[in-house]
Design a protein around this ligand. Structure first.
Ligand SMILES: Cc1ncc(COP(=O)(O)O)c(C=O)c1O
Length: 431
């Protein structure tokens, strides 16, 4: 009775005082979390296949992260990177310089993915002196105005804010099921032709500051761009002096079975944008580019009060250390393939399911759009009733996406997958 009262009291307060603008997927009141599990104030246990939307790569309340956060909080919580330097920010910038692809060796820290995306657009505009940005249909880059302007994963994210940024153009992403009347093997060529058409008809490439892309589309449906497409973009951008930005906010830090998704295509972007699993839950984003490029960004042209907060940087360093020590990038590649194989056999053949796919542990189960509307909301709510939190994505909610901690325990994984397989099978077969 007491626990019930506490849950209701928090729900009531939250409903009264938290803005309803944010989509709330459940009404749960969460008390604590550890590893791949969380517990609610009414005493129920859940398996978490969402990880705070691909944030908790090393699991909830990872001991090494908690220890690093506590130690740093006792020494220095905030001073501001514009008043000097401190060790955690310097060490993290150096670490990112070592682990990111190509000659990306200089970092600007912000507090979130969207904020880092905004900064990356500002850097591209300032460094090239050009106004235009090209992004991709289906992409999601965040909720600030700059990030909203380049986001095209759903018109509901833009509808109240137009006109947003001038000179933003969108071209199709090579995601065949979202390209009407284009055959799968022609998707890449079609999208490259559309880019060329944009240059011919709308914007001369000499006016374009940057092309920004998610190497694996996240929110838009969990679909990877073919490596050859990313290589073609690299070539086109080099030809025209355009900067290539990879938004690896969701794909970074082992999610795709490589430290960064860029490595699958062996392409180094000019600017790499990171957040989410960078710091495993403490607010932090990063804009990583070469020293040469950062030096073209005039001092005072950008800044942040909290960006690169000492505690967030300490958390990120501990988080990356766990990823490296426990070889979680390698595990993501191997375990991801195993999970995709299992789901392929157990549910891949069911009517309405178009594809089970994965790049490392960035795993999606895609439904055709009619079946998505019919089945996916039921699958989500039944999974929750059975103690499993899952999430979907895509403009018609077509893909159930799994964002497991990279170090999820095998037994917890097995229980979670069994729940998922059972509710998918039951829902589709109408039981
Ligand atoms: C690819 C991508 N970019 C940017 C963002 C925005 O990040 P944040 O929510 O931290 O602002 C997200 C968030 O889901 C994302 O998936």
């Amino acid at each position: 009775m007491k626990l019930q009262n506490k849950t209701e009291e928090i729900q009531e307060k939250a409903k009264k005082h938290l803005s309803p603008v944010m989509t709330r997927v459940t009404e749960l009141v969460i008390e604590k979390a550890h590893g791949a599990k969380f517990w609610t104030t009414d005493g129920k246990e859940y398996i978490d296949f969402v990880s705070g939307v691909a944030v908790n790569a090393v699991g909830h309340t990872n001991e090494k992260m908690v220890e690093a956060i506590k130690k740093q909080a006792e020494a220095l919580i905030h001073l501001g990177l514009n008043y000097g330097y401190y060790e955690t920010a310097a060490n993290l910038a150096e670490k990112l310089a070592h682990i990111t692809p190509g000659n990306l060796d200089t970092v600007f820290f912000s507090n979130s993915g969207a904020e880092a995306i905004d900064g990356a657009l500002k850097l591209a505009k300032a460094a090239t002196g050009r106004p235009a940005i090209i992004a991709f249909e289906g992409s999601f880059h965040g909720r600030t105005l700059g990030a909203t302007a380049i986001t095209a994963s759903s018109s509901k994210y833009r509808r109240y804010y137009e006109p947003i940024l001038g000179e933003v153009y969108h071209v199709p992403y090579p995601y065949p099921s979202q390209l009407k009347n284009i055959r799968e093997r022609e998707a890449e060529e079609y999208c490259l032709n559309q880019l060329q058409k944009l240059f011919d008809l709308r914007v001369d490439p000499s006016r374009v500051a940057a092309i920004i892309i998610e190497p694996v589309m996240g929110e838009g449906g969990y679909y990877p761009a073919p490596p050859s497409f990313l290589q073609a973009l690299r070539k086109i951008t080099e030809e025209h002096g355009i900067l290539l930005i990879f938004d690896e906010v969701q794909t970074g830090f082992g999610r795709t079975g490589k430290m960064f998704a860029a490595e699958h295509a062996n392409v180094a972007p000019d600017i790499l944008v990171l957040a989410k699993a960078l710091s495993g839950g403490m607010p932090l984003g990063a804009i990583v580019a070469s020293r040469e490029l950062h030096e073209k960004w005039p001092t005072a042209g950008h800044g942040s009060t909290f960006g690169g907060n000492p505690v967030s940087c300490a958390a990120a360093l501990a988080n990356i250390a766990v990823i490296e020590e426990e070889k979680l990038v390698e595990r993501s590649a191997k375990l991801g393939a195993k999970i995709v194989g299992r789901l392929h056999n157990s549910v891949g053949h069911l009517p309405g399911i178009v594809e089970v796919r994965g790049v490392g542990m960035m795993i999606g189960i895609e439904f055709d759009s009619q079946s998505a509307a019919l089945f996916v909301p039921k699958i989500k709510s039944k999974a929750l009733e059975n103690g499993l939190l899952i999430m979907n994505c895509g403009v018609s909610g077509q893909t159930i996406r799994l964002m497991l901690p990279l170090n999820i325990q095998e037994d917890v994984l097995d229980i979670g997958l069994t729940i998922l397989e059972d509710v998918i099978t039951e829902t589709i077969s109408g039981n």
